[in-house]
Design a protein around this ligand. Structure first.
Ligand code: F6P
Length: 324
């Protein structure tokens, strides 16, 4: 392998820049050329790339977002799109690709590596943490800290005004962000798609805690949760049954995706980025690098795609106990 391409695709996540930096510098260390494609698969299709040297990635370890930019490519879903991408890689003599992204990115990567003889390695970068084959994805820790910080602020108002707050957090159809930030921020209730909580039960529990002397409450709701039709409907139902609680809704939205990556995410990105290059140079292909029990491991990329994610139910139990 003489030349490796790198790109970031799907929703950006804090630490993606640190991962690109690690790939570029590992390539230089092993005397391999490196180019970066802009806007993920879109850049591969449009042949929009930049040559990268160790100095091209200076001062980015601390920056959120991705300087290579990101996109969700519709064209790469088509055979024609993938063919264009392949032809461009061949033209630039790219021998292998490092794909930094989430489930959609790896779905594309798995298809591409089946159709064409270009080894790929996936690096998990998404705030959602919904990827099997790794305990942590790059950006998840930063997003959790952002969410906890936001909830701490909302708690000030909740307690000053004796209010009930419903706070919607991201995570697509996974509840990792909600569950962990909920426990970390001391939420009364945590609603996640993996657990079918009944609306009546949730309202009952809120009433009980109010009777027991609580003057304000926080409910963290994962965006994929189906307990109510949506977070606003939940608040409406709560208003009917707990009018004095004056329920309010906050949707945290995209602020969860930005910001300075935490040290944890920078270290994770650095480890996975370097290892992605080393695995390729060792002859491994079509895998995703991940962290399991503090070791960097490789899992076939086709096993990652559409696999079930495992939520830590023990945390729900802990949350129940602590919200008494
Ligand atoms: O996958 C990351 C994520 O932020 C999800 O949590 C969320 O559902 C989705 O992306 C939002 O996507 P977009 O930025 O395209 O609205």
């Amino acid at each position: 392998i003489k030349k490796i391409g790198v790109m970031t695709s799907g929703g950006d996540s804090p630490g993606m820049n640190a991962a690109i930096r690690a790939v570029v510098r590992a390539c230089a260390y092993y005397d391999v050329k490196c180019i970066g494609y802009y806007r993920g698969y879109e850049g591969m299709i449009d042949n929009d790339f930049i040559e990268l040297s160790p100095r091209s990635v200076k001062n980015i370890i601390n920056k959120g977002g991705t300087f290579l930019k990101s996109a969700r490519s519709e064209e790469f879903r088509t055979q024609q799109g993938r063919k264009k991408a392949y032809q461009n890689l061949k033209k630039s003599k790219v021998d292998a690709m490092v794909l930094i992204g989430g489930d959609g990115t790896f779905t594309g990567g798995a298809m591409f590596s089946e159709e064409y003889d270009i080894p790929v390695v996936g690096v998990p970068g998404t705030i959602d943490n919904d990827i099997c084959g790794t305990q942590y994805t790059i950006g998840y820790d930063t997003a959790l800290n952002t969410v906890v910080d936001a909830i701490d602020k909302i708690r000030d108002t909740a307690s000053s005004h004796n209010r009930l707050f419903f706070i919607e957090v991201m995570g697509r159809d996974a509840g990792f962000i909600a569950l962990n930030s909920g426990v970390g921020a001391g939420a009364e209730e945590i609603l996640i798609p993996e657990e079918d909580q009944k609306l009546e039960k949730v309202l009952e529990s809120l009433k009980r805690s109010k009777r027991s002397g609580k003057t304000s409450s926080i409910v963290v709701v994962a965006e994929g949760d189906k307990t109510g039709e949506n977070v606003f409907e939940l608040a409406k139902a709560a208003k009917e049954q707990l009018p004095s609680y004056n329920p309010r809704v906050t949707v945290l939205g995209h602020l969860q995706r930005g910001g300075t990556p935490t040290c944890f995410d920078r270290v994770l990105a650095s480890r996975l980025g370097v290892k992605s290059v080393e695995f390729l140079l060792d002859g491994q292909r079509d895998i995703m690098v991940g962290l399991e029990n503090n070791q960097v491991v490789a899992t076939p990329i086709s096993d990652i795609v559409n696999s079930e994610h495992d939520i830590n139910r023990e945390l729900l139990r802990i949350s129940d106990i602590l919200s008494i």
